[in-house]
Structures are given as structure tokens and as C-alpha cells.
Design a binder for this molecule. Structure first.
Ligand code: UDP
Length: 363
């Protein structure tokens, strides 16, 4: 197939502002190229792809970043800034959509979803967040009733936020396993990775490390500076070891030595890339049983799941990570979440959607 992929409009690929979507797109592009598909990627200026995605054609699109829904009121209206990159991306996508087989959307935005039943192009949407906005929740519910084949989700827990007409298409996610080295021994500090922002609950992970007299290594973009400063001040100095945002290869080199990764989402995390990246290195994950991580971790095997927001339970579980077999963590990722498997799931979702439309047209 000839596929057009439309990147997130909230930051260029490589900036970290797109969160897990950036890694998801890179893994998927490699996987789809491996299956022999032709890929055109539309992405904000400055976006880059690694050398293993060199066969994809990247077209840069200029424009102002789209504000993310993550930090807006649930009732906030849809806003498109003048000269916004979202509009510019979709002008090009609709143009290319006239001749390509399918256009695959990675942005969590109103415009591309609203367009779906109003244009001839075959549009598909991989929804990357739970229902953080009412206007998005309503629109996704409406599209599910008019054409459920156009939507896919990362996990069942994420999809349960939406009122869908059928059981959801759940495609998981994919990881380029050769980018993560398995580390059988993990005697190092505790780790935490993600965008540093309130919905990620960093303060709970720091509380666990402080209670165990440990240090917490933190990787990721500091999205909310005042929140980061508040968390820093609330605990004994030196509890957090800030390492900043690292490229995947550097991230896994450091993360793989951890005894455990702590994952403390305060929202319905759609998937939780960092959970699977840690497991790919053999690092067990102690997480709140909320959102995607609750579906990805097999408690007692690849980590421990504890009741959401229960810091005491997380302290107790973290002190038991030595009972887990790090090989089981890596095995789970190999069996369930390679980039090849992910690309095949996406391919079959798109083919099913195209065929469903064709059979409706024949009727
Ligand atoms: N990440 C990274 N370098 C860092 C810290 C994080 O590349 O130093 C990436 C990580 O690989 C993951 C993303 O940031 O793909 C965070 O995604 P996740 O799904 O965990 O959360 P989101 O930000 O999408 O809510």
C-alpha cells in the first residue's frame, strides 16, 4: 500500500513534546517499511527520522504548534491557532489522500476525526489518549457509530473512556527490540521516565524512593517547570537525580541498570511506552493499576500492580522486586510488543477498514 502518515502537530518529531506518539511512529514506520509498504510522512518542520526509516519520504510542514489537550479543561473548546501546523498538515494530507491507499492520523485532534466521513480519502485514526476532552470524546463516539472501522486504540482500558458502538480495535504498540539491551542484573537505583507534568504523578514515585532511602533517577522532558520545582522541594534534597530527555539508545543504556521502574499515572494512561521500554531491558515495573500499565504488567511476573494512588502499597511492592525474574520482562515484550507485530496489527486494521467501505459501496 501507499500510506500517508500524519504526525502529531504539538511538536516536531525528536522534540519529546509529542510524548509516546513519537516513538510509536518511528517503530511503526520501520515495521510498515519492512512489510513492503510505501510511506510518506507529513510532520512539523524540524522532524527527523532515524536511519532505519530512511526509505520513508518525509515532507516537512510549517506552522504554529497545536496546543495539547492534556493541560486544558475537559470542557475547553477546540482551538486552531492562525497559521497552525494542524491545518497545514491536513491540507497536504487531503491532497495526498486522493491518490494514496490510506491516511493514518496520529494527532489527538478534532479536525482530522471530523473530516473522516466528509472526504473521499481513506482516513484512519490511532487514538493516543484517553478522553481528556469532552469535545473529542463526543466526536470519537460519533465516529464510532458512523464508521467504527476508522478508529483504533492502544489498550482496552484507554478505549473504555469512550462510548463506542462496537468492541474497540486494540492494536497495542510496538518497540524496536534491537534498540534495547537486556540487562539480567539490576542492582541500581529506582527509575522513573516520562513527561514531567502533573498527570504523570512523579511526586508519588519520589515519595516511594524517599521512604526506601533510595534515589530516583528521572528521565524526560520537563513540560511543567513549576510542577517540577514543587516536587523537588517537597522531598529531601538529592532524592531526585534529573537526567533530562535522552534519545532512546542513551535512555536504555541508563535505564537498564535500574532495580525497578516506577510508573505512577494520575490519568487514564493510553498505553505507557516507558513501561514496555523498561521491560525490554529486563527492568520490572511497579505501577498503579490504572490505564494502559494495568494491562501491560503481569503482576508478580513482570512487575507489581498496586491500587491507584496508594503510595504505601507501592513502597511495599517496590521492596519485593528482587523476587521477579527479569528475563520474563524481556520475554513479554518480545512476544507481545515488537515493532513487526505492531505493524502487522495496523496493516490488518487498515485493510479491514478499506474492505468494509468497499463492501458497503457494492451493496
Ligand atoms: N522518552 C525519551 N527519552 C527520555 C524520556 C522519555 O525518549 O529521556 C520517551 C519514551 O521513550 C516514551 C515517551 O518519552 O516513548 C513517553 O511516552 P509515554 O507513553 O510513557 O507517555 P506520554 O508522554 O505519551 O504520555
Amino acid at each position: 500500500m501507499e500510506l500517508v502518515l500524519v504526525s502529531t502537530p504539538i511538536g516536531y518529531l525528536g522534540s519529546g513534546r509529542g510524548g509516546g506518539v513519537e516513538l510509536t511512529m518511528r517503530s511503526l514506520i520501520k515495521g510498515l517499511l519492512g512489510l513492503g509498504h510505501k510511506i510518506i510522512l507529513l510532520a512539523p518542520e524540524g522532524s527527523e527520522l532515524p536511519s532505519d526509516c530512511a526509505k520513508a519520504e518525509i515532507r516537512h510542514v510549517a506552522g504554529i504548534d497545536q496546543p495539547s489537550w492534556q493541560h486544558q479543561e475537559a470542557s475547553a473548546p477546540m482551538v486552531i491557532p492562525p497559521d497552525g501546523v494542524l491545518l497545514a498538515l491536513w491540507e497536504q494530507a487531503l491532497d495526498l489522500g486522493k491518490s494514496c491507499d490510506a491516511v493514518l492520523n496520529f494527532s489527538y485532534d478534532w479536525l482530522p476525526i471530523w473530516l473522516t466521513s466528509r472526504v473521499d480519502a481513506e482516513l484512519f485514526h490511532l487514538i493516543s489518549m484517553g478522553a481528556v476532552s469532552e469535545v473529542m470524546k463526543t466526536l470519537i463516539g460519533d465516529l464510532s457509530r458512523s464508521d467504527p472501522t476508522r478508529l483504533a486504540f492502544h489498550t482496552f482500558r484507554q478505549a473504555s473512556d469512550y462510548q463506542l458502538s462496537l468492541s474497540p480495535e486494540v492494536v497495542g504498540n510496538g518497540f524496536i527490540l534491537e534498540n534495547y539491551a537486556f540487562q539480567p542484573e539490576g542492582k541500581g537505583s529506582l527509575g522513573w521516565a516520562g513527561r514531567v507534568a502533573p498527570e504523570k504523578g512523579l511526586e508519588d514515585a519520589v515519595a516511594v524512593a524517599a521512604a526506601l532511602g533510595d534515589q530516583l533517577i528521572v528521565w524526560g522532558v520537563i513540560e511543567d517547570l513549576s510542577y517540577a520545582a514543587e516536587v523537588e522541594e517537597a522531598f529531601p534534597s538529592g532524592t531526585i537525580d534529573w537526567r533530562g530527555f535522552l534519545p532512546t539508545i542513551e535512555l536504555q543504556k541508563e535505564m537498564r541498570n535500574c532495580r525497578a521502574l516506577l510508573n505512577t499515572p494520575k490519568w487514564n494512561e493510553a498505553y505507557g511506552n516507558v513501561v514496555v521500554e523498561a521491560m525490554a531491558c529486563g527492568v520490572p515495573v511497579v505501577a498503579y493499576d490504572r490505564g494502559g500499565p494495568g494491562e501491560l504488567i503481569q503482576s508478580g511476573h513482570t512487575g507489581w500492580l498496586v491500587p491507584p494512588d496508594d503510595v504505601d502499597a507501592m513502597i511495599a511492592a517496590t521492596s519485593r522486586v528482587g523476587e521477579l525474574n527479569r528475563r520474563e520482562c524481556r520475554n513479554w515484550v518480545e512476544e507481545k510488543a515488537s515493532h513487526e507485530q505492531f505493524a502487522r496489527r495496523i496493516e490488518s486494521w487498515i485493510i479491514k477498514g478499506i474492505n468494509a467501505k468497499k463492501s458497503l459501496e457494492l451493496d
